[in-house]
Design a protein around this ligand. Structure first.
Ligand code: UDP
Length: 342
């Protein structure tokens, strides 16, 4: 079990990154953040310090593809491990901007691996995604199920996993844990930390929150003709605090075995878009207007995790249900209607 560590968190100002930074600080680890603030803001770093009661050791505004800047970060600290979140993450956007997705997600990961290698850092927790399973009807999904990505975003995550698996074969001292999370949502229960996308949200939960408080007119429900009970897409929503705990546990288990391991991070329960709308409107105490529109390119019907492997490996299970997810997301929206102050 890895003890107190100095951890580089790439994308540490982002949604999952900021919650993970707090979880790491709460458990005695030192955190250094690198973020280009392309879909986040420095305000998140201030909130991390406020929630954790102490600040990260440092926060750098840098793009992983800026080799000189990344080298400087590694020169300034002695990292025990890296938790790598920095990436683009919107399915719809990836269909429009595939080259940007390959450049930032795959190129960013190889740039990071290069810096790790040059500075003899051998431990990595990688942010992967259930979207790699893609075109499947199997429910629930285990780590051994085949990857069939259906959009550039998912393909970048799959390619990164392949690269990491291959690099681990040739660099025996490297240990990598890739976490395939299903749909992280919710917020820190304090209401101080949450999901703050720049511009109009791409993901359903922050979009719903902005419809509930009147900033956006209505949710577009992308398709009601999927082979699911109510025809809308089913996902395994998982509370971001459970996901953050998963990353902290992953970090502490990196030395369990060398090489690459992969774990699903989800609840094992599916929720349709309409069920999510209903749960959110219950939490917000207001009806949420929505309209059914066509399917979103690259989307699939249903993705639900079998997360028993990670439960067996480290005892990680979820402890927060859908009601907590929507309540916490709504509290954050109400307390921070315009996101973090800059
Ligand atoms: N979705 C929707 N309207 C939106 C955004 C998303 O109906 O404005 C649906 C989407 O088709 C999928 C689910 O909500 O079935 C979750 O989408 P999201 O983008 O949040 O995450 P993804 O599963 O694509 O990673």
């Amino acid at each position: 079990m890895l003890g107190p560590s100095t951890v580089l968190v790439t994308g540490g100002a982002g949604f999952i990154g900021s919650h993970t930074a707090v979880e790491l600080l709460d458990h005695g680890h030192e955190v250094v953040i690198v973020d280009d603030y392309s879909n986040s803001s420095p305000g998140a770093v201030e909130r991390i310090a406020k929630v954790a009661g102490r600040p990260p050791a440092a926060a750098y505004e840098a793009d992983l593809l800026d080799r000189r800047a990344l080298t400087e970060v590694f020169d300034n600290h002695s990292f025990d491990a890296v938790v790598h979140f920095a990436a683009k993450k919107a399915v719809g956007e990836s269909v429009r901007l595939p080259v940007e997705y390959y450049d930032i997600n795959v190129g960013g990961t190889t740039a990071l691996l290069r810096a790790m290698r040059e500075h003899e850092v051998h431990r990595l927790v990688f942010s992967s995604s259930c979207s790699i399973y893609g075109d499947t009807t199997k429910v629930p999904l285990t780590e051994g199920d085949p990857a069939r990505p259906t959009n550039p975003y998912a393909t970048t995550k799959w390619l990164c996993e392949r690269i990491l698996t291959d690099v681990c074969r040739y660099v025996p001292e490297l240990s990598v844990l890739a976490l395939r999370y299903f749909n992280p949502v919710g917020a820190h229960p304090s209401g101080l930390l949450g999901e703050v996308p720049n511009g109009v949200p791409n993901n359903v939960m922050p979009y719903l929150a902005q419809v509930a408080d009147g900033r956006l007119d209505r949710l577009q429900v992308f398709g009601d003709d999927y082979p699911t009970p109510d025809g809308t897409g089913v996902r395994d929503y998982v509370h971001v605090m459970d996901v953050a705990e998963g990353h902290r546990m992953a970090l502490e288990h990196l030395d369990d075995k060398p090489g690459m391991s992969v774990f699903n991070i989800g609840t094992g329960r599916g929720t349709s878009v309409l069920e999510l709308v209903s749960a959110f409107s219950h939490a917000a105490g207001t009806p949420i207007p929505y309209e059914i529109t066509g399917r979103r390119p690259g989307d699939v019907a249903e993705l639900i995790a079998d997360a028993t492997a990670v439960a067996r490996a480290w005892g990680w299970t979820t402890s927060r249900d859908l009601a907590a997810m929507v309540e916490d997301a709504w509290r954050f929206q109400q307390m921070n209607p315009a996101g973090y102050p800059n």
